[in-house]
Design a protein around this ligand. Structure first.
Ligand code: SF4
Length: 311
């Protein structure tokens, strides 16, 4: 039987961002300099493939600092950590290396500025995500920060002084939803302060803009990324909102060829923590089931590179 003809459009930009590149480089350079094992708190970035390759090189990922032997090197993940994690790490006599993305550090600085001035802070983000825990954990009293996820949560906020409030956002949210929440916050609390532009990072914004361009022609959307990757999930939701079957692929063993049935136009992107090699594996897999033509779509070039800390 003839293979079906399929057009694959690859979104640009896609995949690794500067914060993820930097975090991986910090782990690799630490391994080179200090030798294995190097401990990493949580997944340094949310991608199974990346984590497995770093494990092979000698990185050990832990959630509980009590599992790290005294005097070991401990790397904080790109998502950032709370003040408590930093003080625990000092108390356990660990040598910490900070791989927090500088754009997350910027949000921590905003929070600390408002806390110093006795503001209450509303964080827009997803409960349980490590970045959100790290940012909320800048408030050691746990009394000054409120987490909201959606517009309807605003109704339940209990603010003591509406003249002294500010908002910050998780860096990897959906631009459109965040805009709605911020507009509602501004209308309910006219004195609320916030960053000049919201805290959604350039990489999240560029990847969302790029995939939005492709969705009008797409019959199906594949997002290469792990299930716990916030920005990959937001990309998938953009497809779902347009009524397009949208699938998150972490591992090529997840791939089901029936997904290609009756599909002519495939849009592919990758979350900020997914390496290009997985995109290559996915396009090869699709080509093994079809006569697929690959189109690299033009998009803005990302030249951002973050400085590494001294290791
Ligand atoms: S997605 Fe954005 S905030 Fe997160 S690591 Fe990448 S650049 Fe930093």
């Amino acid at each position: 039987m003839d293979k079906k003809i399929i057009s694959i459009s690859l979104a640009n930009p896609r995949g690794f961002c500067a914060g993820v590149d930097r975090a991986i480089e910090i782990v690799e350079q630490s391994l080179d300099k200090y030798g294995a094992p190097i401990y990493v708190r949580n997944e340094v970035v949310h991608n199974k493939f990346v984590i497995e390759s770093l494990k092979k090189k000698g990185a050990i990922f832990v959630n509980d600092l009590k599992l790290v032997p005294e005097n070991s090197y401990l790397i904080y993940s790109a998502h950032g950590v709370s003040k408590k994690v930093k003080s625990d790490s000092d108390n356990f006599k660990l040598k910490s290396i900070d791989a927090t993305c500088p754009l997350v550090t910027k949000v921590h600085k905003e929070v600390n500025h408002y806390l110093k001035n006795n503001y209450e802070i509303i964080m827009i983000g997803h409960k349980g995500h490590p970045e959100v825990e790290g940012t909320l954990g800048q408030d050691t009293t746990s009394k000054k920060m409120h987490l909201i996820e959606k517009v309807s949560d605003i109704h339940y906020l209990n603010i003591s002084d509406e003249n002294k409030i500010a908002y910050v956002t998780q860096t990897t949210l959906s631009l459109d939803e965040t805009k709605d929440v911020i507009n509602e916050l501004k209308s309910k609390f006219p004195m609320i302060e916030g960053p000049k532009a919201d805290d959604i990072c350039y990489a999240t914004q560029n990847r969302q803009d790029a995939i939005k361009q492709l969705l009008p022609q797409a019959d199906i959307l594949f997002v290469v990324g792990s299930k716990n990757s916030s920005n990959s999930n937001r990309l998938k939701e953009l497809g779902e909102k347009k009524g397009i079957p949208s699938i998150l692929i972490d591992d090529m063993s997840d791939f089901n060829p029936t997904w290609l049935d009756n599909k002519k136009n495939i849009a592919i992107t990758a979350g900020a923590s997914a390496p290009e090699i997985l995109i290559k594996q996915l396009t090869k897999l699709i080509q093994s089931h079809s006569n697929a033509i690959i189109n690299e779509i033009d998009g803005p070039k990302e030249n951002i590179k973050f400085k590494l800390p001294i290791i």
